[in-house]
Design a protein around this ligand. Structure first.
Ligand code: HEM
Length: 232
């Protein structure tokens, strides 16, 4: 349960937060989803739209895949992964460890290290995961460690991406997300997983009719919410 449920919910939560902080990425993701699913004006029911989220459509969503991965790089659901040494050993860098010692690798810290990711390590840039053709380019799991590497790597990684992409497609194909308080920085809840402490409060609007999210703010939302849009 812990392996399958929490990391998905946590990643989704940070993904929505990142998209709110980067509305241009939110729009690009939504555009890709709408194109990949051939969404037309005639589709008025979310269930009809969800039925279009096929394997072929999901495969086309390379930018979404990159944006999710960039979120997981900065906010890995398992921020620290400790291990216990079964016997005395020497690590590749020459460091001695003794039987019973606890050694941890830190996907959270590694995902933000400039010597691993470059000077823009702290920036949210889905493009870093795309090749020249706009296709997602996987990094070595020893560099992108959020799913661990080696023989005990996460067994659910592909399943996790599939769930995240399906869920994101339906949400972002239909809705626009906006933080209810732009100035509030979410805090971490200390646990085995990297939870947002408390709820992440957002406004959710039907996408149809939204033209320029970058000019939208909470005070002027009446400009945005036209009579055809339902506010949720
Ligand atoms: C974004 C989502 C996820 C992340 C970041 C993640 C991350 C990880 C990490 C870091 C480990 C290694 C833990 C360790 O042994 O020290 C792991 C193991 C594992 N994960 Fe995931 N996971 C995710 C989603 C899932 C899902 C959805 C499933 C199941 C459907 C799953 C199933 C497993 C299993 C079975 C293992 C144990 C593998 C083994 O020990 O051989 N994970 N995961």
């Amino acid at each position: 349960m812990l392996a399958g449920k929490d990391p998905i919910a946590i990643s989704m939560c940070w993904f929505i937060y990142m998209l709110c902080k980067h509305p241009e990425v939110q729009e690009k993701v939504a555009k890709e989803i709408i194109e990949a699913t051939n969404m037309t004006e005639e589709i008025t029911d979310v269930a009809d739209f969800a039925a279009r989220v096929s394997d072929t459509a999901l495969d086309k969503m390379q930018y979404l895949h990159a944006a999710l991965t960039e979120t997981i790089r900065l906010y890995p659901a398992l921020p620290v992964d400790p291990k216990v040494c079964f016997s005395d050993d020497v690590l590749p860098d020459g460091c001695n460890v003794n039987k019973g010692d606890v050694v941890a690798y830190l996907p959270y810290a590694m995902g933000r290290m400039k010597f691993i990711w470059g000077d823009d390590a702290l920036e949210f840039k889905p493009e870093r995961w795309l090749d020249q053709y706009g296709c997602f380019h996987q990094e070595s799991p020893f560099k992108f460690t959020a799913f661990q590497a080696g023989p005990r790597t996460c067994l659910g990684r592909d399943f996790a991406y599939r769930q995240l992409k399906i869920f994101s497609s339906v949400l972002l194909g239909w809705f626009v997300f906006k933080l209810s308080n732009e100035n509030k920085v979410p805090q971490y809840r200390t646990s085995i997983n990297l939870h947002v402490d408390g709820p992440l409060q957002v406004y959710v609007f039907h996408r149809s009719g939204f033209q320029n999210p970058s000019t939208y703010n909470c005070e002027t939302r009446s400009v945005w919410v036209n009579p055809n849009q339902k506010k949720i």
